[in-house]
Write a protein that binds this ligand. Structure first.
Ligand code: ADP
Ligand code: MG
Length: 469
């Protein structure tokens, strides 16, 4: 336990107080939680354990005190709440699954909205692989084609060879690539397409995100991030740099020409405007005053003005690369992002053997299954710390084991954990440190053997005598 303490704590809790009206629930708690620790909290009901966890996860605002997580004070109202949500996972006694969402929906919701750290990693990788992409999409000529395998539109599209790169978006009905017939058909079509287009072109296979067959996912991502892809992409990039440079040079030429036009027009327009202003006359008609100018000068002025605006506008337009019109790089990244989140959701479900429940609703699951889903839902954010508030208290006895086993497995991965539990056997086995919380304070703490075998305070002795039968 002590080897943790050489490092900066992951969570530093300083003088934490929480009152509900006159009721003081947390009374000056100062505690450090170190990376990799499994802190078990035990104590009598009403002692403040849940409130303590809820403060750590910013579900409650402490009355005073600080919670420093990775150098950031979570009690500071200015802190980005998503920062906590991404990094601190919480599992509740009552599961708290979203009943209106499927199991998959439950797991994917937060990473999709808030983004998890793997997602961040993916974005980084994508950036790497798509340093090309971004540059290419912006500066180079990328065509996005919708797959229409029946009508052979792709093959007959004579514009194909105008693009440097083709992004192929498959039709939904070809999503099930485990169907060998469809798969074969698809491969054939893609090969046909490859024959039709010049060898220098790249074909990116885009699968639809509606695909539930998780076995396909690796393939796409591999393809998008593969060395082969990068090498091809970079080779193409070099080729088309010259082309883009030429376009840029041409743009500069046009820009210079238009600047000259502007230079000529501006003084001329000014003179005309001055002359025109001098012709200003007030005319009274039926008791009303009208302003009139020389019509000839007015139309001359309008023409010059239009010419000037056009020249200015061309320069504006030229600042945007000509080729940008073919491009939507966000489109690509967004899809890959969702695919990755889904892929991870399936990995998690496979890990707990519940992949077949992906499209089921929580109401159809047993308590043990619900809680395991709730746990992987929290894991899907790739948190740095997991908080468990009596995760097995609402379960039928025969389901306690499967949930505790999952928590143990997660503990073995090195995850930092804070667990409130009444399962004393589990606490002894998994805990690296045990806190005894009573009446809003941490009344005693130590290693599991210290706390369970050699309790110091009468309160702890009394508590243990009740729970350890
Ligand atoms: P534990 O989890 O150790 O059983 P809790 O943190 O749930 O304890 O509760 C500690 C005390 O705070 C209890 O007396 C409880 O009634 C009170 N409490 C908890 N939440 C609230 C709330 N939102 N409003 C008022 N009192 C609360
Ligand atoms: Mg509680």
């Amino acid at each position: 336990m002590n080897d943790f303490k050489d490092k900066e704590p992951l969570i530093r809790i300083n003088n934490l107080y929480k009152n509900f009206g006159d009721l003081q629930v947390l009374n000056d708690i100062t505690e450090n939680i170190y990376e990799g620790e499994k802190v078990v909290i035990i104590g009598p009901s009403g002692g403040g354990k849940s409130t303590f966890l809820r403060c750590l996860n910013v579900l409650e605002d402490p009355t005073s005190g600080q919670i420093i997580f990775e150098g950031k004070d979570l009690t500071d109202f200015k802190i980005d709440i998503n920062y906590c949500r991404r990094n601190i996972g919480m599992v509740f006694q009552q599961f708290n699954l979203f009943e209106n969402l499927t199991v998959l929906g439950n797991i994917m919701l937060a990473p999709t909205i808030v983004g998890n750290s793997v997602d961040k990693e993916t974005r980084k990788n994508n950036k790497e692989a798509s340093k090309y992409n971004k540059e290419a999409y912006i500066n180079y000529n990328i065509g996005i084609i919708k797959d229409n395998l029946e009508s052979k539109i792709i093959i007959e599209d004579d514009k194909i060879n105008n693009y440097n790169t083709l992004l192929l978006e498959l039709e939904k009905k070809y999503k099930n690539t485990s169907d060998s017939k469809k798969q074969a058909n698809l491969e054939k079509r893609i090969n046909n397409l490859k024959e039709k287009i010049e060898t220098s072109k790249i074909l990116i296979k885009e699968y639809t995100t509606n695909m539930d067959n998780s076995s396909c996912y690796d393939k796409i991502i591999e393809y998008a991030n593969s060395e082969e892809f990068k090498i091809k992409a970079n080779a193409n990039l070099e080729k088309f740099k010259a082309k883009v440079e030429a376009i840029k040079a041409k743009n500069e030429e046009i820009k210079a020409k238009n600047l000259l036009i502007i230079k000529e027009i501006e003084p001329e327009l000014k003179i005309v405007e001055e002359q025109w202003a001098k012709t200003r006359k007030e005319i009274e008609r039926r008791g009303k005053i009208f302003i009139a100018y020389d019509k000839k000068l007015s139309s001359k002025k309008t023409k010059l003005q239009t010419k000037l605006e056009n020249a200015e506008r061309t320069i504006d337009r030229l600042s945007v690369p000509e080729l940008e019109k073919y491009i939507d790089y966000k489109y690509y990244n967004k899809k890959v992002r969702i695919i990755n989140i889904k892929k991870q959701a399936f990995e998690l479900l496979n890990r707990i053997g519940l992949a077949d429940k992906a499209n089921k609703y929580p109401s159809t699951l047993s308590g043990g299954q619900k809680q395991r889903i709730a746990i992987v839902r929290a894991l899907a954010m790739n948190p740095k710390v997991m908080l468990f508030d009596e995760p097995t208290s609402a379960l039928d006895p025969e389901m306690v084991g499967e949930v505790l086993q999952l928590i143990k497995d997660i503990a073995d991965t090195g995850m930092t954990m804070v667990i409130v539990t009444h399962e004393m056997g589990f606490a002894k086995e998994v805990g690296t440190r045990v806190l005894f919380m009573d009446r809003g304070v941490i009344a005693e703490q130590g290693t599991p053997s210290e706390v369970f075998n050699n309790p110091q305070s009468p309160r702890l002795q009394e508590f243990l005598s009740k729970v350890l039968i």
